[in-house]
Design a protein around this ligand. Structure first.
Ligand SMILES: *Cc1c(COP(=O)(O)O)cnc(C)c1O
Length: 480
């Protein structure tokens, strides 16, 4: 396929500008380029065809079922796009919110920030929210820095450790280390939940916090979460809730009520915006009583004359300019207002029902990683298939040929040949059945014709890539 630069012909244009209606003024030479900017010069049809073709080579929730566990690739309601494109939101200059004279023209946007933070805090069972962080990992960093600010303020200089279960997403230990803490890993039991006795053993006076995901990345609810909170608070360690899996419990159970002090929400997982390709996203956070004084500021407050910004005296500082990825919050706001409390509870119920339906259909042909039911995602192991030479990667590639995006594979790393499937609440029974049929057909092929699976994908524009070279060397021949 030609790159758009290869389609370029000197002088061709896709837009025509109106003639100048003001006198031309020369730019000072210090601001001028000395050589022309190497941009592609193409006509409008070329641009439209080029990008339409590229979009058709891609997999996305609008074209294919996308059961990526831990990522919650649910559909993106088109009404959210409409709302986010309203010029009153999309064309707003962020500086309008910071100058007193302009505040009146962005009251609607400030109200949206205020209300979204308030709704998220309510969903989390927390005291207040903050929209600034721009990704889940960024929300984690905000949360761990808040925990650090709390201990600093209390003079707890001996608190240097953060405890994290081995099933956690890699961003958890990375975040804690970036914030300057030592990370201690707590193993899982054979049942797939955190080993409580090992946690209690590790929970000494040096522990600043415990980061948990509940349900965890094995798709299981941590049964001792209340006891963990009690034990942690007894040594003045705070509890962080990784909210990436909130789809499982939203509207049914609140992390604040479970004893957590701070959490992040992946607005680009649970609240309408699908994610992938590096963003944009939003890792909004919410905090309970203990961390309220340290929230990133300034915060939007509601007064008699409307919404204004207020500094937070002990704030940990900003996590982002202005209000983070504001238009992701607009989409989340539309989603939350549309569903309301009862609607959100049905999101949680259906997410769990769907995952258990697929688990029940697939756990005969594939090894279930853990006993019992799952929450919003089910974890299988292709260990039986691997013993016959067909690995989780081969199964993922074979699914592409059958019209599906692959589930998450090789994560969590605690499970051999892991296949982690999350249908979300937004898929129909028919779609889930098509996918399960394909998985069962692949399991049969492992016995009959395993080589057919080693060649997959055979219907895609590219077959197997050298993935390391593809990521590190974008110009390499492995992409042609
Ligand atoms: C996605 C995810 C994160 C990180 O979120 P990003 O927005 O990708 O930075 C953290 N924890 C879990 C369990 C996740 O699934």
């Amino acid at each position: 396929m030609e790159l758009i630069f290869e389609k370029s012909r000197a002088g061709r244009r896709a837009v025509s500008l109106e003639p100048l209606d003001v006198p031309e003024a020369p730019l000072s030479t210090e601001f001028c380029r000395t050589a022309a900017l190497p941009l592609p010069e193409v006509g409008e049809l070329d641009v439209v065809r080029h990008f339409t073709l590229l979009s058709r080579l891609n997999f996305g929730v609008d074209s294919h079922f996308y059961p990526l566990g831990s990522c919650t690739m649910k559909y993106n309601p088109k009404v959210s796009e409409l709302v986010a494109a309203l010029p009153g939101f999309a064309a707003l200059h962020p500086h309008l919110s910071t100058a007193k004279v302009y505040e009146p023209v962005c009251q609607g946007a400030l109200e949206l920030v205020f209300e979204t933070e308030r709704m998220l805090a309510e969903i989390g069972g927390m005291k207040a929210g903050c929209l600034q962080p721009m990704a889940g990992a960024h929300g984690e960093l905000a949360g761990v820095l808040l925990i650090a600010a709390y201990h600093r303020d209390k003079g707890n200089t001996h608190k240097r450790t953060i405890l994290i279960p081995d099933s956690a997403h890699g961003t958890n230990p990375a975040t804690a280390a970036m914030a300057g803490f030592e990370v201690r890993e707590i193993p899982s039991t054979a049942a797939g939940t955190m080993d409580f006795d090992k946690l209690v053993e590790a929970l000494d006076d040096t522990v600043a916090g415990v980061m948990m995901t509940c349900p965890n990345t094995h798709g299981l609810f941590e049964p001792k979460v209340h006891e963990v909170a009690e034990r942690a608070h007894a040594v003045d360690a705070l509890l962080y809730y990784d909210g990436a899996n909130l789809n499982a419990i939203v509207g049914k159970c609140r992390p604040g009520d479970l004893g957590f002090d701070v959490m992040h929400f992946n607005l680009h997982k649970t609240f309408a915006t699908p994610h992938g390709m590096g963003g944009p996203g939003s890792g909004a956070i919410a905090v309970g009583e203990r961390l309220l004084p340290y929230l990133p500021g300034p915060k939007v407050v509601k007064g008699p004359d409307g919404y204004t910004l207020e500094a937070i005296p002990k704030s940990m500082g900003r996590m982002a300019a202005f209000f983070g990825n504001f238009l992701i919050a607009v989409r989340a706001y539309a989603f939350l207002r549309h569903y309301g409390g009862d609607g959100l509870a049905s999101v949680g119920e259906n997410a769990v029902l769907n995952a258990n339906y697929m688990f029940a259909r697939l756990r005969g042909a594939y090894q279930a990683a853990f006993e019992g039911n799952c929450m919003h995602e089910c974890v299988l192991s292709a260990s039986r298939q691997a013993d016959k030479g067909v690995h989780a990667l081969d199964i993922a590639k074979a699914l592409l040929d059958r019209g599906f995006h692959a589930p998450t594979i090789y994560f969590p790393m605690t499970v051999r040949e892991c296949l982690m499937i999350e249908p979300t609440e937004t898929e129909s029974k028919e779609t889930m059945d098509f996918f399960c049929d394909a998985m069962l057909e692949i399991a049969r092929l492992v016995d009959e014709d395993p080589n057919a699976l080693h060649a997959a994908p055979v219907t895609m524009p590219v077959s197997r890539l050298d993935e390391v070279r593809a990521a590190k060397n974008l110009n390499c021949a492995c992409l042609t």
